[in-house]
Design a protein around this ligand. Structure first.
Ligand code: ZN
Length: 112
């Protein structure tokens, strides 16, 4: 019978944690001020902005920071302004987040 090689614990290697975000922003998104703003924003901007640019119509599902929160986009929950955000549908939000994970940035300093 084959023997499975013993697991070697390398003390200098940290244990892997599954699906851990680089920066934990849950405190932000769980804040009632954010929830209220986000809800109102989606009512004011019911259609996905990127889809409108492509002459398509999709309902807004996410209140998206045009500049990523962790890059300094609108961190102050007391001063949330519509112009720092865009409404995105599922697929546009997924594609933006995916590109951001590979270094893509939107917002100030970009020439989109
Ligand atoms: Zn969209």
């Amino acid at each position: 019978m084959p023997i499975r090689p013993k697991k070697i614990k390398r003390a200098w290697k940290p244990d892997r944690v599954a699906h851990q975000r680089a920066v934990d922003m849950s405190w932000y998104y769980n804040d009632p001020r954010w929830r209220k703003f986000s809800k109102g924003f989606k009512e004011r901007h019911p259609l996905c902005k990127k889809c409108i640019d492509k002459d398509m119509v999709s309902p807004t599902k996410y209140t998206d920071h045009i500049e990523r929160l962790r890059d300094g986009g609108a961190p102050d929950l007391n001063h949330l302004a519509d112009e720092d955000f865009q409404g995105l549908c599922d697929s546009c939000h997924a594609s933006k987040s995916g590109r951001e994970a590979h270094g893509y940035k939107e917002g100030k300093g970009s020439n989109r």
